[in-house]
Design a protein around this ligand. Structure first.
Ligand SMILES: CCCCCCCCCC/C=C\CCCCCC(=O)SCCNC(=O)CCNC(=O)[C@H](O)C(C)(C)COP(=O)(O)OP(=O)(O)OC[C@H]1O[C@@H](n2cnc3c(N)ncnc32)[C@H](O)[C@@H]1OP(=O)(O)O
Ligand SMILES: Cc1cc2nc3c(=O)[nH]c(=O)nc-3n(C[C@H](O)[C@H](O)[C@H](O)COP(=O)(O)OP(=O)(O)OC[C@H]3O[C@@H](n4cnc5c(N)ncnc54)[C@H](O)[C@@H]3O)c2cc1C
Length: 673
């Protein structure tokens, strides 16, 4: 960690002196090994130490346009260095991935309001890598990796983001000219939202309805050039621009795009899945949802992003809570560190546990995605629905928790948490954006619920179930009897499983009852609230189940002292979860008031133990000061000095008297109204 060289606040030092496990060992786990930590530090320093980035400039005070221009300038500095480093490292694809993974953190420090090239290196490149045939790969990938072209992923339209089957952009094929003609037939068919589209990129993957031989063949991806390679002027028929100010992501350059008779060559339709013969004959893919593959990959990646945002927010909140003193607990004693207030522990400690469990889930899901993708490459698509359901469910649950936790962290920092310099606003804006992009969270939960209902029917009919939903058998096997609660970690898991299965049953029954008077679709809509609750509970089941399995493995491989910390974290996660979901649990589990009181007491005991480890865990997340970028969360804990120094940098403080005094205030004060 590049620690601040200033003297560490004595309260924080005192906390660190009490840490009873090896922080470095935790860091090595979080990043996947000592070698990876070394790489991370090297890469981080390699980029952040570059004076050309001019990181001294606080971009939050710039205008919208200046912010964008500075973000582009900084990104180019970074990407030039990226290619230099890539060559130095050996130039392999793995080296590139390593640098990109580490840039996830570093880019946030360089462009806190978003990266104007993020879609080029993520959805654009991934779609071309995964949805093209060999010829197309050979044509496009070198140009993408050399950045000779820059691209984005243009799917969402003004009228439709969720229900992509009804996208309106058309691509009509003419076998005589061997060209597609792209059109935006209505205002609502304008592409709207794609990141980096407004003024940055010159190409896009465009999702459009394919028309050939007089028939519509559904949405297909096309590579479309949007701007001239020399002048960057929009090409004929292209109406393009920036969508304007947003809640966050100010420098991501989200854009709009309309087409008027834009010609695209035959070879630009991505042909790995669906195929169009030159004569216009359409050949269906093995599974129509293969064209949704890029979204699945990004949803999987979003779990680690959520874990990191929570890790960052809790680092800020905890370090601040260990140096801020307020409100004596005993009237005659000195004011304690605010962390001594148990409610403050309740705000921050469960968040730290979530970051760890989400990281376990991210690792698990990444491996599952890899193995299901490998099966897919051999033509076996059987597990695609399972991966889709799981990634939708966890994308929703983890980003919802993320936004909630980051906001609680902001609240836990009181007034100072509301300052931009506290560093929580950009984290929150990114968290809340993630609840919407890559599939709105309610919609994602409903997709997961479809899988749950199907699995429930399968279980009722004595069919087979995938591992993650086998608990539905237990529910059916109990035949209406409630699960008996036992206060162990596996007992908590069984209780959450019973709640998830019970809620699935309620949703299923709701649909079955309504089906008598309505279509299945209407009945399903009427059961929507139950369905989303069931999917949410299922997400928590997955998190706890994977958390238990992964943390048991970790405990076997780390020192006993760190093992105890992991055990504590897992229990914190589990007890916090069951207490938060107690209403659902009571409905389906035989749990007494005494059991609940015991759980509440257990939480207090867990807090007591975690009180000494917490600072070690957040230090172990290993966010350097430039990455944490927070007056309240810096390693040295000198929050008051940081706050006043940051305030002095406000543009208003660069002069004693602002011109508005003479222009408006003084005449107003002298006017006697
Ligand atoms: C320190 C901190 C660091 C933090 C760093 C932060 C960095 C941030 C970086 C930012 C990164 C990126 C920038 C943002 C990028 C954002 C990009 C976007 O948002 S792109 C646009 C995304 N759009 C969506 O997600 C659209 C959502 N809609 C859908 O996905 C679909 O329409 C639908 C799945 C909801 C429905 O599809 P539809 O075709 O209508 O399906 P049906 O309802 O007819 O059928 C459902 C049926 O299909 C199966 N299905 C659906 N999808 C899949 C799939 N992908 N794989 C397999 N199967 C699928 C589903 O299971 C159903 O099956 P049934 O058997 O019928 O039940
Ligand atoms: C920051 C950001 C970046 C983005 N980047 C990109 C990008 O790079 N490329 C791109 O193509 N798109 C991008 N998007 C678009 C994004 O993917 C969509 O906004 C998102 O998928 C939600 O779709 P929508 O806007 O149509 O919402 P809507 O579907 O209109 O949602 C509105 C409300 O309707 C509800 N609703 C809709 N359908 C259903 C249903 N079936 N059942 C129950 N409730 C329903 C939703 O739950 C929600 O409450 C971005 C969006 C944001 C915010």
């Amino acid at each position: 960690m590049s620690k601040n060289l200033s003297i560490v606040n004595k309260d924080l030092k005192e906390e660190r002196d009490k840490i009873n496990f090896n922080v470095e060992e935790f860091t090595n786990w979080f990043y996947g090994g000592a070698e990876k930590v070394k790489e991370k530090k090297y890469i981080e320093n390699y980029f952040l130490s570059d004076k050309d980035l001019n990181l001294e400039l606080d971009t939050s005070y710039l205008s919208y346009k200046d912010k964008y221009e500075e973000a582009v300038r900084r990104s180019i500095v970074v990407y030039k260095k990226l290619y230099k480093l890539h060559n130095e490292m050996g130039g392999t694809h793995e080296d590139f991935v390593k640098i990109m993974e580490n840039l996830r953190f570093t880019m946030g420090a360089i462009n806190p309001e978003g990266n104007p090239f993020v879609l080029h290196f993520s959805m654009f490149a991934l779609t071309i890598m995964n949805m093209t045939n060999d010829e197309q790969k050979a044509e496009w990938l070198p140009r993408i990796f050399n950045c000779n072209i820059l691209g984005t992923y243009a799917q969402t339209e003004l009228g439709h983001g969720t229900y992509i089957q009804r996208l309106e952009t058309t691509a009509t094929y003419d076998p005589k000219t061997k060209e597609f003609t792209l059109n935006s037939p209505t205002l609502t068919s304008y592409k709207w939202w794609p990141g980096n589209l407004g003024h940055t990129v010159d190409h896009a993957i465009v999702m459009a309805q394919l028309y050939s031989q007089g028939k519509c063949h559904g949405i297909q991806p096309f590579i479309v050039q949007l701007r001239d390679s020399e002048t960057h002027k929009p090409l004929p028929g292209i109406d393009i621009g920036d969508i304007g100010n947003k809640v966050g992501f100010q420098t991501v350059n989200n854009g709009f795009l309309g087409f008027k008779n834009v010609k695209v060559p035959y070879k630009n339709m991505l042909m790995k899945n669906s195929k169009l013969l030159e004569d216009g004959t359409f050949i269906k893919p093995k599974n129509a949802k293969l064209n949704y593959g890029t979204m699945v990959i990004i949803r999987v990646h979003m779990i680690i992003d959520a874990a990191c945002r929570i890790a960052k927010a809790t680092t800020i909140a905890l370090r601040y809570s260990l140096v801020r003193r307020q409100s004596p607990i005993n009237p005659n004693e000195i004011e304690p560190k605010i962390i001594e207030h148990i409610t403050q522990q309740n705000k921050i400690f469960p968040g730290i546990a979530k970051a760890v469990v989400f990281k376990c889930m991210a690792d698990y899901l990444t491996k599952l995605h890899l193995s299901i993708t490998q099966e897919g490459n051999t033509g076996n698509l059987a597990r695609m629905p399972e991966l889709h359901a799981l990634s939708c469910c966890l994308k929703a649950v983890c980003t919802n928790e993320d936004a909630k936790t980051v906001e609680v962290c902001r609240l836990s920092c009181g007034g100072h948490g509301f300052l931009r310099s506290a560093g929580l606003d950009d984290v929150y804006r990114n968290s809340t954006a993630a609840q919407t992009y890559e599939g709105e969270n309610t919609v994602m939960l409903l997709q997961a619920a479809r899988f749950l209902i199907k699995s429930f029917n399968e279980a009722r009919n004595g069919g087979s179930l995938t591992e993650g939903v086998k608990y539905l058998f237990d529910f059916i096997g109990r035949n209406g009897k409630r699960e008996i609660f036992d206060n162990s970690i596996n007992g908590i898991l069984r209780a959450i499983q019973a709640a998830a299965a019970g809620r699935t049953y309620i949703a299923w029954k709701h649909i079955e009852d309504d089906k008598r008077h309505n279509s299945i679709e209407v009945a399903t809509n009427l059961a929507g609230v139950h369905l989303t609750k069931a999917a949410e509970l299922h997400g928590y089941v997955c998190l706890l189940q994977v958390g238990i399995e992964e943390i048991e493995k970790i405990i076997r491989n780390v020192s006993p002292a760190l093992g105890l910390v992991f055990k504590n974290i897992l229990e914190l996660f589990a007890v916090d979860l069951i207490l938060n979901k107690i209403g659902d649990v009571i409905q389906h589990v035989d749990i007494s008031n005494e059991d609940i009181e015991k759980l509440e007491k257990q939480m207090e005991t867990l807090f007591k133990f975690f009180r000494t480890s917490a600072i070690g865990v957040v230090d172990g997340f290993d966010f350097s000061d430039p990455i944490i970028d927070s007056t309240l969360g810096s390693y040295d804990g000198n929050v008051y000095e940081n706050l006043i120094n940051a305030a002095r940098k406000s543009p208003l403080n660069q002069e004693d008297v602002n011109r508005t005094f003479h222009l408006y205030i003084k005449p107003f004060m002298k006017s006697n109204l």
